[in-house]
Design a protein around this ligand. Structure first.
Ligand code: SF4
Length: 199
């Protein structure tokens, strides 16, 4: 990974960029910027492993269906929050950010983001040479591993490869490629962490 090239390409797309050598540095960076506000979180193992829900709850109103229950009012409050946190499934060195979603709450919040501040947290292992390999990673690594958490019958369970299946238990319904900071969005910041986090 060429970190300098990645940062340049990410910034040229209107995103902010922060490199964290450790998980705690990434957490502290978020805590320094997010206080006394409302925070929504999309499904993210990385955010969970960082313990950000508990840390942010000390000074903010935090809404996350993983902790508060998968209730419509929780999804709604998360979508309307001033700050939104998510992981990323694949990052291209050319600066595109790829996410796959089931319900679509996460990619919706990242797409329609007027007035919002968005923090995207991801391990350096998610960086890929180009957009094609970032999409490949999102499908064949992030999605397949993530779906092992859920019951159901899918061809990727045993093969760890995406077959673009028609399973009723399919968990990959929308793919989003963030190519540029959304219009009227306050801030999108990619926080790249030099630790093994997420899928
Ligand atoms: S589309 Fe189907 S096979 Fe591919 S990762 Fe999703 S559930 Fe698995």
């Amino acid at each position: 990974m060429d970190l300098k090239k990645l940062e340049k390409n990410v910034r040229e797309r209107g995103f902010e960029f922060f490199y964290a050598a450790t998980a705690e540095e990434a957490v502290q960076h978020v805590l320094d910027q997010v206080r006394n506000t409302s925070v929504g979180i999309g499904g993210s193992t990385t955010v969970d492993q960082l313990g950000l829900y508990d840390r942010l709850t000390e000074t903010n109103q935090v809404h996350w269906h993983w902790k508060d229950g998968p209730k419509p009012e929780v999804y709604q409050a998360a979508a309307e929050a001033e700050v939104y946190l998510s992981g990323v499934n694949g990052i291209s060195e050319s600066g595109e950010l790829v996410n796959i979603d089931g319900k679509g709450n996460r990619v919706a919040a990242l797409s329609y983001a007027v007035g919002k501040r968005i923090f995207l947290l991801a391990s350096t292992k998610k960086v890929c040479p180009d957009l094609g390999s970032a999409i490949e990673r999102a499908r064949n690594t992030a999605a397949t591993k993530n779906l092992l958490r859920f019951p159901g019958k899918r061809p990727c369970t045993d093969t760890q490869r995406c077959w673009d299946c028609r399973s009723k238990d399919r968990g990959c319904c929308t793919m989003q490629i963030m190519m540029y900071k959304p219009m009227q969005c306050e801030r999108v910041e990619l926080i790249l962490i030099e630790e093994d986090l997420g899928y």
